[in-house]
Design a protein around this ligand. Sequence first.
Ligand code: ZN
Length: 94
Amino acid sequence: MTLKPCPCCRGQAIFADLLIGKGSQSVKMWQVSCTGCGLSTEMDEDKRYTATRWNLRQEYASLKMWITLLAALLPVSVIISLLLGNLMGISLIS
Ligand SMILES: [Zn+2]
């Protein structure tokens, strides 16, 4: 299972394991965290699942980036057309 680079800083992601509880009651939990910025997934018993979560998060992050880009681009054209419409409306009235 390969880990994709960090969605935030493109840093290297590593597995971290943590023992929760004591003795035979202890459970090994996995977490993927970034060595660059410290971004990490939630802990889970399933290492594969944790890796999937991390890799999915990366895809969501790039998807989010596109949505943000589109959201940033769209209103500008809407605002411009509104402004032009208002200006034309004003010039028509006067
Ligand atoms: Zn990072």
